[in-house]
Design a protein around this ligand. Structure first.
Ligand code: ZN
Ligand code: ZN
Length: 413
């Protein structure tokens, strides 16, 4: 086996056995770009070995996507094939697992009118809303992994020839995804345990409010009663433990949708909708974004924040230390799957119901809002962590606890 075939096999093994944790007799749906075909084939082998009933693949091609967004009539962009959305729902109802390969070229849509991208995105979000709620509610097992693509690799390593950049990116993905170790599956089970322990320590602290301080950031985030810190794997409705992101280094919960106040500045570019948004600053009052700026792509940032009412509010607060293995690589990935695991982050948009005690039983948006959670068609993480960040907590019993100091965990976390 060549080095990259070996890496495909190891990543595929982790994706199948830890990520979606395919069960005997289960169907697996893989959503992937054409460039990830080698990884997808390796996934199919591992899935059948694990006893999968069948492996289905939905291929995408971002170059065709760019052509469509440049050339299709406006009215076409408001259409999303409903048979496709229904197909995903049908598979979810039948208990299938879902694996996505996230490898977008962060510059793919440079030069495409933001309003056209926003129209197509909104049409898709509306069509797949029900299916997405299955994923976010943890009803089915799902996971996201990455494989390098030439366009993405060029952006991460602009000084290298394309072939070399792809090889370097594979190396970085393998390291960040913790598959460059002796027994990746065993290593991942241990890693998941460590993240779950940290989440438990935060749950025991009974935090009422987090206070963030860093250059350009002075933010307080209330956590609703009954919030639950999560980390590592979670069980789906069938009781199967799955790991939604490979890699993952975060512990996270939800903010009170009306309890965020102050200003926060992003510390890494956000690759969103095929463009890169730099130096985002958001100002919140009672949970709502009342002002926003960015050095680049402000118009694209506006289309994100103006998706709906809920996209003016936060749905996730996640803590990641600056000495996580991914930040130690010192690489800006321009891919949220990696960058969010190198940095504390927040998400604009929908909260995960399972970040509330008993959240598995929450069935409607109204219930989620009543418990303090946010609802939206969107959920987009943006990075705010740095070695200059301190985070403190006010607890339910009136103490003040250091959580992060200089971007690293304070004792006992
Ligand atoms: Zn997160
Ligand atoms: Zn998120």
């Amino acid at each position: 086996m060549t080095l990259s075939q070996e890496t495909f096999a190891r990543l595929a093994d982790v994706a199948v056995r830890v990520g979606v944790n395919v069960q005997p007799g289960q169907k697996l749906m893989v959503m992937a770009p054409l460039e990830a075909a080698d990884l997808v084939r390796a996934v199919a082998v591992k899935a059948y070995e694990a006893g999968a009933h069948d492996v289905l693949v939905h291929w995408s091609d971002e170059k065709t996507r760019r052509i469509r967004l440049l050339m299709a009539p406006d009215a076409a962009l408001a259409d999303y094939p409903l048979w496709l959305a229904r197909g995903f729902e049908e598979l979810a109802d039948a208990g299938a697992a879902f694996l996505s390969v996230a490898s977008a070229n962060p510059e793919l849509l440079a030069g495409v009118a933001p309003a056209r991208v926003a129209a197509a995105t909104l049409a898709e979000q509306k069509a797949v809303e029900r299916f997405k709620s299955y994923l976010m509610g943890g009803r089915v097992a799902w996971s996201i992994v990455s494989a390098p693509t030439p366009g993405w690799a060029r952006k991460v390593f602009p000084g290298l020839a394309e072939d070399e950049a792809v090889v370097r990116l594979w190396g970085a993905i393998a390291k960040a995804s913790r598959v460059d170790v002796e027994d990746p599956v065993a290593h991942w089970r241990e890693h998941a345990r460590r993240l779950a322990d940290r989440a438990q320590a935060l749950n025991r602290a009974r935090i009422r409010r987090l206070r963030y301080r860093a250059p350009g950031t002075d933010l307080s985030v209330d956590l609703p009663a009954g919030h639950r810190w999560m980390g590592g794997a979670g069980p789906n409705a069938a009781g199967t433990a799955f790991m939604p992101n490979i890699p993952t280094e975060e512990v996270f919960t939800l903010p009170a949708r009306d309890g965020v106040n102050g200003t926060v500045r992003s510390t890494m570019p956000l690759a969103y909708g095929g463009v890169t948004i730099d130096n985002i600053a958001l100002t919140f009052r009672e949970g709502r974004i009342v002002d926003f700026t960015s050095d680049t792509a402000r118009e694209t940032l506006a289309t994100l924040i103006e998706t709906d009412e809920g996209s003016h509010r936060l749905g996730e607060v996640a803590l990641v230390p600056v000495d996580s293995p991914i930040s130690s690589l010192g690489i800006l990935f321009y891919n949220t799957l990696f960058d969010e695991n190198a940095s504390c982050h927040l998400a604009i948009g929908r909260a995960y119901p399972f970040t509330l005690e008993g959240g598995e039983a929450i069935e409607t948006d109204e219930e989620l809002v009543k418990r303090g959670g946010n609802v939206s068609l969107t959920h987009v993480d943006f990075m705010i962590g740095s070695a200059a960040m301190d985070v403190d907590a006010d607890t339910a019993d009136g103490r003040s606890l250091p959580i992060l100091r200089g971007g690293r965990w304070a004792a006992p976390f």
